[in-house]
Design a protein around this ligand. Structure first.
Ligand code: XIL
Length: 311
C-alpha cells in the first residue's frame, strides 16, 4: 500500500510526524518517517530552552539537523514553538515585565528569522488557556497580561512574512469552554487585524475519547477564515495494549482523520512521533502508552490501517 504522505496528498492534505534528534539517529525510525510523513514538526529542538539557553546566545544545531533531514526526505517543516510556559529557561521566567517583553520579541525575531523560508508554519504561541477558558496564569500572563499573544503574532509576522502563523493548544479538539476561548481569541485577532493564519489542535486523546463535535469544532474555526490542523495526534491507553483496545484506537484515528477530511480548510494531520518506541506518553502519563500508529518494533498497528482507509 501507498505511504500515508501520498494518500493524504491525493486528498489535498498532508500527513506528518514529530521528529527529534534522538529519533533521527534511530535509523529504522528515520526511514519509516521518511516513507510515511510528508511534513515534520520539530519535537523539541526549536523550543526556547534549545534555541536560546542563555540570553542572546542562540543555538540552532538540533533544529538545523532535523530541518536538513526533512529536506533530504522531501518533507516540509513546521516550527514548534516560539512562546510557551514549558521548556523555557529560568532566566526568561525571572525577568521583570519590561525585559521579558523585549526578550520575547528578540527571541521571535532571531528564531523565526533564522528559519525564514525554511519552515512553512510556526506554532507561535502554545497552550495559553486553562481548561475553563480563562488565560493560563503562566509567567507570560502574570507579567505581560492579555496583550502578549497579539504582540507575539505581530513579531512573528515581521520575522517571517511567509510562514503560516498558528495558535496551538490541547483539549480544544471538540466544542467546550477552552475551545470557545480560542475561538474568541481568533475572532478578536481577525477583527483587530492581528496576523493569524491557523489554529492547531494537538489532539492528545484518551482511548475512545474523540469528541463527537470535532468536525463541527474544526469547521467553526475554518469559518473564521483560518486554516486548521491536527498537530500532535496520539491516542493513549492503559498498558498493556490488547486487541480490543487497539481496535478502539483504530476507530479513534479513523474518526480524527474523518473530521479533518470533512473540513476543506483542515490542511493536515500530524502524529506526535510515529512509533510507540519514541512516544512521549509513558514518561508523562505513567502506566499509559501504545498511543501511536506503529508499535515499538515499527510494525503497523490497526490505527495505521485506519489512517490508510480514511485517507
Ligand atoms: C513534549 C515532547 O514530546 C517531549 O519530548 C518533551 O519532554 C516534552 O514536550 N504539547 C506540546 C509538545 O506542544 O511540545 C509536547 O512535546 C507535548 C505536549
Amino acid at each position: 500500500t501507498k505511504p500515508l504522505r501520498d494518500l493524504a496528498a491525493a486528498k489535498g492534505k498532508y500527513f506528518g510526524s514529530a521528529m527529534t534528534v534522538t529519533e533521527l539517529e534511530d535509523t529504522q525510525n528515520r526511514d519509516l518517517t521518511a516513507r510515511e510523513a510528508g511534513v515534520i514538526t520539530v519535537g523539541n529542538e526549536m523550543k526556547w530552552d534549545a534555541t536560546e539557553p542563555s540570553r542572546g546566545q542562540f543555538t540552532f544545531t538540533g533544529g538545523d539537523r532535523i530541518w536538513a533531514g526533512a529536506v533530504a526526505a522531501g518533507q516540509r517543516v513546521r516550527g514548534h514553538t516560539l512562546v510557551w510556559h514549558n521548556q523555557t529557561p529560568q532566566w526568561v521566567q525571572d525577568l521583570p515585565a519590561d525585559q521579558l517583553r523585549q526578550a520575547m520579541l528578540d527571541h521571535i525575531r532571531e528564531v523565526a528569522g533564522h528559519y525564514r523560508g525554511k519552515v512553512f508554519a510556526w506554532d507561535v504561541v502554545n497552550e495559553a488557556f486553562e481548561e475553563n477558558g480563562t488565560r493560563r496564569q503562566s509567567f507570560w500572563q502574570q507579567k505581560l497580561g492579555d496583550g502578549y499573544l497579539a504582540e507575539a503574532f505581530r513579531a512573528a509576522r515581521a520575522a517571517d512574512p511567509d510562514a503560516k502563523l498558528y495558535y496551538n493548544d490541547y483539549n480544544t479538539d471538540g466544542l467546550g469552554a477552552k475551545s470557545d476561548a480560542v475561538y474568541e481569541l481568533v475572532k478578536s485577532f481577525k477583527q483587530q487585524g492581528v496576523p493569524i493564519d491557523g489554529v492547531g489542535f494537538q489532539s492528545h486523546l484518551l482511548l475512545g475519547g474523540v469528541p463527537a463535535s470535532m468536525r463541527q469544532n474544526l469547521q467553526r474555526f475554518a469559518d473564521l477564515g483560518v486554516d486548521v490542523a491536527i498537530t500532535e495526534l496520539d491516542v493513549r491507553m492503559r498498558l498493556p495494549a490488547d486487541s480490543a483496545k487497539l481496535a478502539t484506537q483504530a476507530a479513534d484515528y479513523g474518526a480524527v482523520a474523518g473530521a479533518c477530511l470533512a473540513v476543506s480548510r483542515c490542511v493536515g494531520i500530524t502524529t506526535w512521533s510515529l512509533s510507540d518506541k519514541h512516544s512521549w506518553i509513558p514518561s508523562v502519563f505513567p502506566g499509559e502508552g501504545a498511543a501511536l500508529p506503529f508499535d515499538a518494533a515499527f510494525a503497523p498497528k490497526p490505527a495505521y490501517q485506519a489512517l490508510v482507509t480514511a485517507f
